[in-house]
Design a protein around this ligand. Sequence first.
Ligand code: GDP
Ligand code: MG
Length: 389
Amino acid sequence: PKTAYVRTKPHLNIGTMGHVDHGKTTLTAAITKVLAERGTGTFVPFDRIDKAPEEAARGITINIAHVEYETDTRHYAHVDMPGHADYIKNMVTGAAQLDGAILVVSAADGIMPQTAEHVLLARQVGVDHIVVALNKADAGDEELIELVELEVRDLLAQNGYDGDAVPVIPVSGLKALEGEPRWTASIEALLDAVDTYVPMPERYVDAPFLLPIENTLTITGRGTVVTGAVERGTVHVGDRVQVLGAEVESVVTGLETFGKPMDEAQAGDNVALLLRGVPRDAVRRGHVVAAPGSVEPARRFRAQVYVLSGREGGRTTPLTTGYRPQFYIRTADVVGDIDLGDAAVARPGDTVTMTVELGRDVPLESGLGFAIREGGRTVGAGTVMEVLG
Ligand code: GDP
Ligand code: MG
């Protein structure tokens, strides 16, 4: 029998951000190694994180690798995303709900374009606390490290963070993985900074239960399992739920987090729910599991949208009324028509108001973030202002 999950420590969701090749995945592996040695985690080697094999084998498009670990005071789920596009998609849509982030900056290279973009994105989606890992400190001299530190504090301040207060910790993920004591200590220092600088966020545990489905799988003989992060509320084994998108009702007959059974899952937890009597092909990524009757799906809404510039990987030509891109809302991917009203065009770099009509009903509410994508690139990042029906 599996050991049950015991909620002895507060749970937080964090993740690494930063420019490609600055060492996010190496650092993630190093954190799990250091904590495995402390006895509060399981070592996850680099290639297990970078390939996310179970997900690839199931042919699922989401590319987030989750690892879990504990420090002395907290339980963390940590996401490491492989590419820049994954950050835009998963952070804006809320698929990766980060309570805090570790910004990885190579001390040998300094700030690069994706460093700046991820800081901008983090600010936009409400990641209020960032801790900086000045990685590859083994490869940079003291003066260079100090220079990069100033540069990073400046970038954070420009984006509305407290540039002076943010902890900036020189680390070497690579040398810590190799077991060098000096650099193992640097990872300990980084984790202490995360423990103390990132506050416990407010959890909406009293709201009706809602979980956007990230993934589905079948357990032979037992039924269909859906996975995702609980956005709000709580759920227990035996609770009746509704799957919006599939239009089915079911009962939760099993509940797990990272392979451990639990009696109650709450807002912020990453969980798998076993649903009684639901055929696997009835549910999919993008559907939402909710307390019955607690949400009213809709397809029309008014939104404020930032149109990414060409430099940010967006379009070089304006958007016009009648444009029909894909909308990424929570974990869903839905086509939608845009109406710009009197403005008629929205240029790259502009922030505009638009009315959107989606191709199908999804649970919507004001304040919800979304990304607009076409042909594999993100062209806009928006927020729902008003649901129209
Ligand atoms: P990511 O794209 O940000 O996830 O970066 P990776 O973790 O894949 O690392 C990119 C490259 O930098 C790899 O060749 C790593 O071995 C190397 N690297 C990562 N961390 C360190 C470090 O602390 N010191 C040095 N010298 N190299 C590192
Ligand atoms: Mg990586």
